[in-house]
Design a protein around this ligand. Structure first.
Ligand SMILES: Cc1cc2nc3c(=O)[nH]c(=O)nc-3n(C[C@H](O)[C@H](O)[C@H](O)COP(=O)(O)OP(=O)(O)OC[C@H]3O[C@@H](n4cnc5c(N)ncnc54)[C@H](O)[C@@H]3O)c2cc1C
Length: 385
């Protein structure tokens, strides 16, 4: 592939070996129990996967974004949910600390996060709607040198296992979407009095993402826990969350490839009337060709966008496009894969229908594709693309 080089190939091989030997044997168990894949997450940390783009001085590999994409793609081919936990930890939470944090905050949180020693969660969404930040009510109020935090967040990934929560809160008199002001980010350590973690939601897909609510009752936070400028979080999050949206490209690609590979193998092995399905039915062949074409089209978009990201482009529009396209292609390919399997495709133990469920959630978790399309439209309108 045009985007590979010696270093990236090395990291891809390490990821492949990790998936083959450690991830694959646990896939169906995690799917069934919905338990957070803690052991695998820690191993991902040991292998450097949680800090690929984090500078070496903060415990990361100081690598490029394309290498991260290659690793995510490999893992998502087998266990998409592990990449989701990695994204919430390294890209959403770590991304904010990396972009806005003080050197002390980076030492305290980013450094151990890069190795998986601690786990981070990013808590933004509230019951009034993920992109409806104007109506958020989780608020931090100054009290002397400290801040007092009250409110609650819903559908937050990595709850319970997280050692610290990176929380979007209202601090201004009002939240102004036009100037993106009025909100700030605070870090809340898991043992902060008043922090309460809800139950893990049972979900359609992303089994094992430890997703649920978290609430704050008079949580007292030292001023050192404010991340970045007071009232300036919305603008920062618009940029920092882009890396997480970007990651949905390689994750969607991996999901699609995982489902496609299973469907192709099945169509070559399933015999009817003395012939396998691939050779017997033109419709089977054409479905697989269309699935393959969608995968390769997504791959081109993913790695050309990541090449730009490595050149320093923030990819604000293309990052969002990757999330939208990654969700679309993964869901489409996985749906067709189920169809090609026939009845057994609907059986959980076959292990193919889970790809469709994970692709479906990819279109919502972290930000809905509709809201992201609105962001892209705004950028097109303002000729920013
Ligand atoms: C498995 C999972 C994990 C998650 N993890 C996290 C996490 O770690 N941290 C976190 O903060 N959040 C997380 N979320 C929450 C997620 O970001 C929100 O679910 C998402 O932003 C959508 O918000 P909502 O659920 O409130 O839906 P709503 O905002 O109520 O949306 C309902 C419908 O209206 C549409 N809509 C909403 N706004 C717009 C708009 N501006 N333009 C066009 N259409 C719109 C939506 O697309 C959707 O179809 C997670 C969600 C899931 C499902």
């Amino acid at each position: 592939m045009w985007y590979m080089n010696e270093e990236r190939e090395l990291m891809r091989n390490i990821a492949r070996e990790f998936v083959e030997q450690e991830v694959k044997p646990q896939v169906m168990e995690i799917e069934r129990t919905g338990e957070f894949p803690l052991e695998l997450f820690k191993r991902a940390g040991e292998l450097g996967f949680l800090g690929v783009t984090i500078p070496e001085e903060y415990g990361g590999l100081g690598g490029d974004h394309t290498t991260l994409a290659i690793i995510l793609e490999e893992i998502a081919k087998s266990m998409p949910v592990l990449t989701v936990a990695m994204g919430a930890h390294s890209l959403l939470s770590g991304g904010l600390i990396s972009m806005l944090g003080t050197p002390e905050q980076k030492q305290k949180y980013l450094l151990p996060a890069a190795s998986g020693e601690i786990i981070l969660a990013c808590a933004s969404t509230e019951g009034v709607g993920g992109s409806n930040q104007v109506e958020y009510t989780t608020r931090a109020v100054a009290d002397g040198e400290d801040w007092i935090l009250n409110g609650s967040k819903v559908l937050i990934s990595n709850i319970g296992v997280a050692d610290a929560y990176v929380v979007l809160t209202v601090t201004g008199e009002k939240v102004d979407p036009a100037t993106r002001s009025g909100m700030s980010v605070f870090i809340v350590d898991k043992d902060t009095p008043g922090l309460e973690v809800g139950k893990h939601e049972e979900k359609l897909g992303w089994h094992g993402s430890a997703t649920g609510s978290v609430s704050f009752k008079n949580c007292r936070l030292p001023k050192e826990n404010l991340v970045g400028p007071l009232h300036g979080a919305m603008q920062a999050m618009f940029v920092s969350s882009t890396d997480e949206f970007l990651s949905c490209g390689p994750v969607g690609l991996g999901i699609a490839e995982g489902a496609y590979e299973m469907a192709l193998n099945y169509s070559l092995e399933r015999i009817q009337g003395g012939q396998n399905m691939f050779d017997r039915f033109q419709v089977t062949r054409h479905k697989l060709v269309k699935m393959f074409t969608e995968i390769e089209t997504l791959r081109a978009l993913v790695y050309s966008t990541y090449a730009n990201r490595d050149e320093g482009d923030l990819c604000l529009a293309h990052g969002r496009m990757l999330k939208v396209k990654g969700a679309e292609v993964s869901e489409y390919v996985a749906r067709e894969a189920i169809q090609l399997f026939g009845g057994v495709g609907t059986v959980v133990d076959t292990g193919v229908e889970r790809f469709w469920r994970d692709g479906k959630v990819l279109a919502i978790g972290g930000a809905s594709v509709e809201a992201l399309n609105d962001h892209i439209a705004m950028m097109i309108r303002n000729k920013m693309v």
